[in-house]
Design a protein around this ligand. Structure first.
Ligand SMILES: C[S@@+](CC[C@H](N)C(=O)[O-])C[C@H]1O[C@@H](n2cnc3c(N)ncnc32)[C@H](O)[C@@H]1O
Length: 264
C-alpha cells in the first residue's frame, strides 16, 4: 500500500536542496554534448499545484520555494530558478516542478529519460502533462525497473533515487539497490536523496555506501531545523556516486546559499 503523496511536501526546503543539486548536475552533463540515459526510480507526479488542498494543509512551500524566490537566494541565471520560472510561465504561478520536469527541461532531446512511478494516481498525473518524445513513463517498481534496463543505451548516464522512506527498511533497500546497480553499471552516476531524521535511520545507509569505496562520492547535507527540538525532518541529504568532474563547486554552492539563508 502506497500512502505517501509528495503533494503535501512539494516545494519544501528539502525539495529546493534536492532539485537545485539535480539542476546543476544536468546543466553540467549537457555541456559534453554526448547523449545519455537518465532514470528516476521514484518520479512522483511531475507538476505540483501549491494551491491544492493537500499543499495548503502543510504550507511547506511557504518556507521553501516561495521564501527562496522572494529573497533571491539563487541568481537569475541559475538553472534551478530558470526551470521553476519556465514551469510557472507554462502552467501558472501555483505550480512547483518535480524532478522529472527539471530533467526534461535541462537535458537534451537526444537523451533518453525513463521515469518510474508505482502509485496509479501519481503516474496518471505524470502522464497528463505533455512530454517530449524522449521521455518514457513506466508504471512500475522503480528499483526493479531500473535494474531491468541497466546498463542502458546510451551507456553514459544517471540514476536518481528518491523514495519516500515510509518504511524503515527502505534505507536497506536503497543500499542493496546501489550495490546491485553498480555491479551492472559501474560507470553510471547515482544520486540518492534521503531525509535527516532525529532517529538517524539514514546514517548507516550513508556510511555503508561510503564504505563500498565507489568513485567520486559527494555528500551534500543541509540542516534547516534544530535537531534537538524538531519533531520531524531536520535536514536533507544528497549522496552522489561517480559525480561528474567539475560540478563539485556548483553542488556546494547550492548548499551554501541555502545554509547561510536558513541560519539567518
Ligand atoms: C518523494 S516522492 C518523489 C518525488 C520526485 N522525485 C520529485 O522530486 O519531484 C516518492 C514517489 O515514489 C513513489 N513510489 C513509492 N515506492 C515506489 C517504488 N517502489 N517504485 C516507484 N515509485 C515508488 C511514490 O508514489 C511517490 O510518488
Amino acid at each position: 500500500m502506497l500512502s505517501y503523496q509528495h503533494i503535501y511536501h512539494a516545494g519544501c526546503i528539502a525539495d529546493v536542496h534536492k532539485h537545485s543539486i539535480l539542476s546543476v548536475i544536468f546543466s553540467h552533463l549537457i555541456l559534453k554534448g554526448k547523449a545519455l540515459s537518465y532514470f528516476e526510480t521514484h518520479a512522483g507526479r511531475g507538476l505540483y499545484d501549491l494551491e491544492s488542498q493537500e499543499a495548503q494543509k502543510t504550507k511547506e512551500a511557504d518556507m521553501g520555494i516561495e521564501r527562496v524566490l522572494k529573497d533571491n537566494v539563487f541568481p537569475k541565471e541559475h538553472p534551478y530558478l530558470q526551470i521553476v520560472e519556465k514551469s510557472r510561465l507554462l502552467y501558472g504561478n501555483r505550480i512547483y516542478p518535480g524532478s522529472p520536469i527539471f530533467a526534461e527541461y535541462l537535458l537534451g532531446n537526444e537523451d533518453q529519460i525513463h521515469l518510474m512511478e508505482l502509485h496509479p494516481q501519481e503516474v496518471n498525473f505524470l502522464r497528463k502533462t505533455p512530454h517530449k518524445s524522449n521521455v518514457h513513463i513506466h508504471f512500475r517498481n522503480g528499483f526493479e525497473g531500473v535494474l531491468g534496463l541497466a546498463p542502458p543505451t546510451p551507456r553514459r548516464g544517471f540514476v536518481f533515487i528518491d523514495p519516500s522512506y515510509e518504511i524503515k527498511n527502505e534505507y536497506g533497500v536503497v543500499l542493496e539497490f546501489v550495490k546491485k546497480l553498480h555491479r551492472k553499471w559501474p560507470e553510471g552516476i547515482v544520486a540518492v536523496w534521503y531525509p535527516k531524521l532525529k532517529a538517524g535511520h539514514h546514517e548507516s545507509m550513508v556510511e555503508e555506501i561510503l564504505e563500498l569505496d565507489l568513485k567520486n562520492i559527494i555528500v551534500s547535507e543541509l540542516e534547516f531545523a534544530d535537531k534537538k527540538t524538531c519533531k520531524g525532518m531536520y535536514g536533507s541529504g544528497m549522496l552522489i556516486v561517480n559525480c561528474p568532474f567539475g560540478v563539485n563547486d556548483a553542488i556546494s554552492d547550492c548548499k551554501d546559499r541555502l545554509e547561510v539563508y536558513y541560519k539567518n
